[in-house]
Design a protein. Sequence first.
Length: 194
Amino acid sequence: MTSCDCSRGERGFAVFLTGLPAAGKSTIANSLRVRLIEMGGRSVHLLDSDTVRKTLSFGLGFSSEDRNENIRRMGDAAAEITKSGRIGICAAIAPYDVARKEVRRVVSAAGGFFLVYISTPASVCEARDPKGDYARARARILSNFTGISDPYEPPDDAEIIIDTTETSVESATEIIVSRLRAEGYVPRLKSATH
């Protein structure tokens, strides 16, 4: 079954945030979820890679094949959410272009798809290091760590690019919502509150 033959305001869509570890993906995704819930009208589902790895992708490791499989599963879940007219927000490193393009293909068959590249530089991400992962990767305690011992392929097809060294979480959220409004996927607000 494909997406409904309806206006964009009724169609489901997914926002997929990608970027280096500690770039700000999950923080922005959570803020966007709250913002879209406040706007009302549709249910909003957050698929964060840390959670997905404990559920849908339990048992997968961090080889390139396992990483791509994790993103494929996340994309399939986002497509199901989108197909039923709901909103899916995905936050994942998703380091490989091939996996991101496959998610775009699968979700776009069901509804709207927006790739958001959180382009925060590696030096800033490493300075944040909230989980201590960069330090462990530098000490070779963590292997296959994106940005240190495993590559990140920046997307060339992102609808939105946000660098969190220059943009607050609130501003990043509004940038995404403004694009969704411009494309007709969310209604224009009657007031400019929150």
